[in-house]
Write a protein that binds this ligand. Structure first.
Ligand code: ADP
Ligand code: MG
Length: 488
């Protein structure tokens, strides 16, 4: 019996106007290399860093959201190592006194959340892949300093995760939080959010009888270059299985860093891990110590007051107040603008009305938005009126879809469009009956099939009758009329 252990280390580029310690622009969309640079982020001698307050605020907001402990005292440290993407020869990070300690997200305990600076980006042209061990033999390597000094969050979880799904759920929830707070775009494909998974397995003969807390953990392997949630989950599962097979075959897990090969769907050895003492951490002498209670806009109260509604609170509220399906709820959490629109449309209405509106928004409106690349309606009221017309049976669901498309195209109101296109649903049985009679006369084959007991034929006849009434007939009424007519 093996017990897997997973701990995550997650970096996210923070959304700020300028970099962490200078006023070069923080713009991840910049395509030209080395334009957002200055003597500070290029590490010219004699330059002095200045702390970006907005970046600090983001970390404190994240810490507050996850119920972590905000530091009273905090400071930055130098983490020394040599690599071409780290021009100072050290990275300014936090070691002993992170801004945030503890906290919980998605049921997983967080160790710490700290603030540091991003490295430059190395671009390896041809030759061997980006492995330090092979740098000497590789093709040309170029360095783009646009990313150097961009504020970076590092969040470390406790080694308490037991399976890939939990790790994936944690990472997705963190992304949602970062976006909700406006702290980061957290796009994994763009490298704005980077996840490293530490994975180990431990053999325990009588696992179920022992206290879970006193179990020893196995040697951990760190897995990198995971650039989607799916690869995070797959890499963890692969690594658990690899380690178990290794131990079962009499081998030993080595403490190493492995990469994820997305094409082969497997991890591969990158390098053996050096001890953390090598970094020679010491407090950054060029930056002031931080006494957070002395900075009014970074006080606990100020941070708490500035938080928007958190994703899990909003999720509970949408599920409770409107009894929405999980899919619709998640969509409204992910797409904040669409969520706001939904809430405007249904404010003060019943759960029934909300679910109807959610259906139209998450299917028909979404389809229009993605086809038109456009925005949701600026005024939610027209949409509410359209829903009211459906509820009061003035229009059929088919009619509502047509009106919605026209509303989206022309910006007109639903009542006018319904009138102009003759989509108001008819309740006049005489008119409906005449339409049905016409259909039954023409569709002799379907009528025969219906008489022979084919249910599908009835659906077909209803559809034809809808068409004959230009989608304005009430389908339930049409169905009854058809059945009546065919009885007689
Ligand atoms: P290091 O000193 O190597 O950086 P840390 O103790 O700081 O190791 O932990 C780094 C990450 O690895 C954390 O996310 C932690 O939860 C995780 N971790 C630590 N030990 C293990 C283990 N035995 N198995 C899996 N993950 C672990
Ligand atoms: Mg560590």
């Amino acid at each position: 019996m093996y017990r897997p252990t997973i701990g995550l280390e997650i970096h996210a580029e923070l959304k700020t106007r300028t970099k962490m310690f200078c006023d070069s622009a923080n713009n991840s969309d910049e395509t030209r290399p080395n334009v957002n640079v200055c003597p500070i982020c290029m590490a010219h001698p004699g330059t002095l860093p200045v702390i970006n307050r907005e970046a600090m605020r983001h970390i404190l907001c994240i810490g507050t959201a996850v119920d972590g402990k905000l530091a009273d005292f905090s400071e930055f440290d130098r983490k020394s190592y040599f690599y071409p993407d780290i021009p100072k020869g050290y990275q300014i990070s936090q070691y002993e006194h992170p801004l945030v300690s503890g906290g919980v997200l998605s049921g997983v305990a967080i160790t710490r959340v700290h603030l540091e600076e991003d490295t430059a980006r190395s671009v390896h042209v041809g030759g061997l892949p980006a492995m330090p061990a092979h740098a000497g033999q590789a093709g040309k390597s170029l360095v783009d300093f646009n990313r150097a000094g961009i504020p970076l969050m590092e969040l470390v979880t406790e080694p308490v995760i037991r399976d890939a799904e939990t790790a994936g759920r944690f990472a997705r929830e963190l992304q949602l939080l970062l976006r909700t707070l406006g702290a980061s775009e957290a796009n994994m494909e763009k490298g704005e959010m980077r996840i490293e998974a530490n994975v180990s397995v431990a053999k325990h003969e009588a696992l179920s009888t022992k206290s879970q807390t006193n179990l020893k953990m196995g040697t951990k392997v760190e897995v990198k270059n995971l650039n989607s949630f799916r690869s995070v989950e797959r890499a963890i599962t692969f690594e658990i299985n690899r380690q178990i097979a290794l131990i079962e075959g009499g081998g030993k897990v080595m403490q190493e860093t492995r990469g994820w090969n997305d094409t082969k769907q497997e991890t591969f050895h990158q390098r053996f891990k050096e001890g953390s003492a090598d970094y020679r951490y010491f407090p950054e002498p060029d930056l002031p110590k931080l006494f957070l209670s002395e900075i009014p806009e970074l006080s606990r109260e100020a941070i708490r007051a500035s938080l928007p509604e958190l994703p899990w609170d909003k999720r509970n509220r949408l599920l409770k107040d409107y009894e929405l399906k999980e899919e619709a709820t998640e969509l409204f959490l992910q797409d904040v603008e669409l969520g706001k629109f939904f809430e405007k449309v249904v404010s003060g209405r019943t759960p029934d009305f909300a679910r109807l509106a959610a259906n139209y928004i998450t299917t028909d409106l979404i389809a229009l938005l993605s086809a038109g690349g456009g925005k949701v309606f600026s005024d939610a009221d027209t949409f509410t009126r359209l829903m009211d017309m459906v509820v009061s049976n003035k229009i059929s669901s088919r009619g509502a879809k047509d009106i919605l498309a026209e509303m989206y195209r022309s910006g007109g109101g639903p009542e006018t469009i319904a009138e102009e296109h003759g989509i108001i649903q008819m309740h006049d049985t005489e008119i409906l009956r005449n339409a049905v009679k016409g259909v039954l006369e023409e569709e002799t084959k379907a009528v025969e099939e219906y008489r022979a007991g084919k249910e599908a034929a009835l659906q077909y006849l209803i559809g034809k009758s809808m068409k004959a009434t230009k989608s304005s007939g009430n389908p339930a009424m049409l169905k009854n009329i058809i059945i009546e007519e065919l009885k007689g």
